[in-house]
Structure formats: structure tokens, C-alpha cells
Write a protein that binds this ligand. Structure first.
Ligand SMILES: Cc1cc2nc3c(=O)[nH]c(=O)nc-3n(C[C@H](O)[C@H](O)[C@H](O)COP(=O)(O)O)c2cc1C
Length: 355
């Protein structure tokens, strides 16, 4: 369904070529300071990047209720955006000939002719605009507890950033639209995306996300665990195909003696020497940096002839996808991952009565 969260709940509405898209958020305590400039800054990081992003540009001016003079009023917070820059004609043939790798075929089977495929409907990356705006509100809320969320791009195609960073450094990635951690990586990642685009193709990537300042114990086992709730929210983001916390899949290749994070005392506090757990044990924050990586697949809408089927005649056919598409999603997806993470943390913080 279209609602996520328990104590802080978000409901998403609209679709790519509907008149509006937006969200309704319930559970923001009255009097929470909300910064408009943070929301606009986060929205700017989701926008397509000239030459390496879709040419679809929207003004994305948020229309907001439930916040007056920078403070939440206690009423539901609603944030919506007008859709203005639409080219629905590009999508008309996709009802009949679904794009390989996109949601067209299962949506056709589930919703039939009622599905609005224009702009990919509710399966469009456009749906992440209100999520990012809501994420900024959540960041303001969890900042009251000293919690902050950051991310960077650790891989685009074959270009990997293998350096290790402390959480507070990640803010550097906000200076460039690739969300990379150095000028050199910006250039190499840009070249990787442009090379795929020149081939009429696309490329995938990895977002590494970190959360600082989580209170130890945050999370609601058995089922509403910190990692489980984040995974659920992250998998709602279009194009996400994987998530791993800490040492992730590589934990399968080492022994317990290497993977365990040994405890020690430091300045009167319990710390660990390593963070292979990624900051979560038993579904609860363990007092270390929450550290996870998210895989975005290569964009499915590519500028090449692809094999598909004609769903009216049930015969094989070919398709050349038209329309405006991102040759890479991951860089725009980074701020979306931060947003849904902040949403989950806010919800769990309220459920755990930290807020
Ligand atoms: C910010 C953002 C932008 C996206 N842009 C495109 C795009 O231009 N073309 C496309 O085919 N998919 C794009 N996607 C991904 C699709 O929406 C997604 O692949 C599709 O809904 C199928 O869902 P799945 O990949 O999660 O299975 C984008 C996703 C995000 C988060």
C-alpha cells in the first residue's frame, strides 16, 4: 500500500503525469522547527544533472501545510508538487510493448487498462520528490536527538571509491551532483555515465549511507527491527536491488574471529574496534555508526532496440524506448536513500519514546 511508518506515518499520493504528487505525514510533534532551506537543498540534490540526467526538469516548488513560521503545528504535514513538464505521448506504446526491466508488464497484469503508464505512472522516479521533501522534515526532527544522516556514491559501474570515511565527512558529497567524495571521482564517474549514454545504454551504482548519533537500543524487535525497517523503506525506492549492512555479503567469506566487533572501553564508554555489524545487532542500534550500502540497478529505459512482446497480439516484437531518461539513477537516488532512512529513524525514535 502507499503508507509507511507507525508512530510517524507517511502516505504518498499521485503519479508522474497526474496533476500533482505529494505526501501526508502524521505524527510530527507540534513545535518541531522545520527548515525550508534544508528541504530546498535536499530537493536540489534529487534534480536531474545537466548532460548526465533526464532532460525532464520541474520547478519543484513545495506547497506545504501543517508548518507555520518554521514550526510544525501538530496538524498533518502535507507537501505537494505540481507536475508541469510532461510528454505523455512518449509512453503510449508501452502499454502494448512493455519495457524490459521496468514495471510496465507486472503493472499491466495487475491494473489492466486503468494503469496510467504516462511517465511510468506511480513507478516513476518522480515519486521520490515528495519522499525527499518529507526526508528533510524528518532530518529536522531527528536532529533534535543529535542524529544525522549522510551518504555518498561508492560506485558507478566500474569506478569504485574504496576509501573509508568517518560519517561527518559525507557532507562533502553534497557539493557535487554526482555525490562523489572527490573531484577526481566526480570526473571518473561522470565519464562512466557519459560512456554508457553514448552507447545508448545505462549504468548502475552503489550508495553508501551512514547514520550518526543513534541511541543504543533503537529498533523494535522482533519484526520491526532497525535494519528490517530500513530495508523495507529502501526497497520501496524505484531501482533499488540490494542492501547490505556493515560487512554484508563478505561476512560469508570470513571467520567469526574476524567478523566479530570486539568491545573495549574508551573514555568511559563502550566502543568496538571494528564495525562489521554496520551499527546494528539483534535489530537494535548498537551505539556505533549505522553503515549500509544500497545497489541501484542500471536504468532500464535505454536508447537501444530491445526484445519485448506485443501484449495485444501475444507475439514477439522489438521496442525502442522514447522519452527522457536518466542513464544512471544512483547519484540522484542517494538523497532519496537518506530521506527514507530519516523517516524510519524518526518513526522508531517515536515508537521507542526517544522523541
Ligand atoms: C531518482 C530516480 C530516477 C529514475 N529515473 C528513471 C528513468 O529515467 N528511467 C527509468 O527507466 N527508470 C528510472 N528510475 C527507476 C524506475 O522507476 C524503476 O526501475 C522502475 O519503477 C522499476 O522498479 P524496480 O527497478 O525497483 O524493479 C528512476 C528511479 C529513481 C529513484
Amino acid at each position: 500500500m502507499n503508507t509507511i511508518g507507525t508512530a510517524v506515518r507517511l502516505t504518498l499520493f499521485g503519479a508522474s503525469h497526474d496533476s500533482r504528487i505529494g505526501c501526508v505525514i502524521d505524527g510530527i510533534p507540534a513545535g518541531t522547527p522545520i527548515r525550508a532551506e534544508r528541504m530546498l537543498g535536499d530537493l536540489a540534490l534529487r534534480k536531474p544533472v545537466p548532460d548526465i540526467g533526464t532532460p525532464r526538469m520541474e520547478a519543484d516548488v513545495p506547497e506545504i501545510s501543517g508548518i507555520v513560521d518554521g514550526l510544525s503545528t501538530g496538524a498533518p504535514v502535507t507537501i505537494s508538487f505540481a507536475n508541469t513538464n510532461m510528454q505523455s505521448v512518449d509512453y503510449s506504446s508501452l502499454v502494448r510493448t512493455p519495457r524490459p526491466g521496468h514495471a510496465d508488464y507486472p503493472a499491466f497484469c495487475k491494473y489492466g487498462a486503468a494503469h496510467n503508464i504516462c511517465g511510468s505512472g506511480m513507478f516513476s522516479g518522480r515519486m521520490t520528490t515528495p519522499l525527499v521533501a518529507a526526508g528533510a522534515v524528518m532530518r529536522d526532527l531527528i536532529e533534535l536527538l543529535g542524529i544525522s544522516v549522510g551518504s555518498y556514491i561508492s560506485r558507478i559501474g566500474t569506478v569504485a571509491d574504496t576509501a573509508e570515511y568517518v560519517g561527518s565527512e559525507l557532507v562533502r558529497s553534497r557539493d557535487n551532483p554526482l555525490r562523489a567524495m572527490s573531484d577526481e571521482l566526480v570526473e571518473r564517474m561522470r565519464a562512466e555515465i557519459l560512456a554508457a549514454k553514448a552507447d545508448g545504454d545505462s549504468v548502475g551504482g552503489i550508495v553508501r549511507c551512514m547514520v550518526l548519533g543513534l541511541p543504543t537500543g533503537l529498533g523494535e524487535p522482533f519484526f520491526d527491527t532497525l535494519d528490517g525497517e530500513i530495508a523495507k523503506a529502501v526497497f520501496a525506492v524505484p531501482g533499488v536491488k540490494g542492501i547490505a549492512f556493515g560487512s554484508g555479503f563478505s561476512a560469508a567469506t570470513v571467520r567469526g574471529s574476524e567478523n566479530n566487533d570486539a568491545y573495549r572501553m574508551q573514555d568511559g564508554a563502550v566502543v568496538t574496534t571494528t564495525n562489521n555489524a554496520g551499527g546494528v545487532l539483534g535489530g537494535m542500534a548498537n551505539g556505533r555508526l549505522l553503515d549500509f550500502s544500497v545497489v541501484f540497478k542500471p536504468t532500464s529505459s535505454i536508447a537501444r532496440v530491445q526484445q519485448t512482446v506485443d501484449l495485444y497480439e501475444y507475439v514477439d516484437t522489438e521496442l525502442l524506448v522514447r522519452g527522457r531518461h536518466d542513464p544512471c539513477i544512483a547519484n540522484r537516488g542517494a538523497i532519496v536513500i537518506e530521506a527514507v532512512t530519516a523517516l524510519v529513524v524518526a518513526d522508531l525514535a517515536k515508537r521507542g519514546e526517544y522523541l
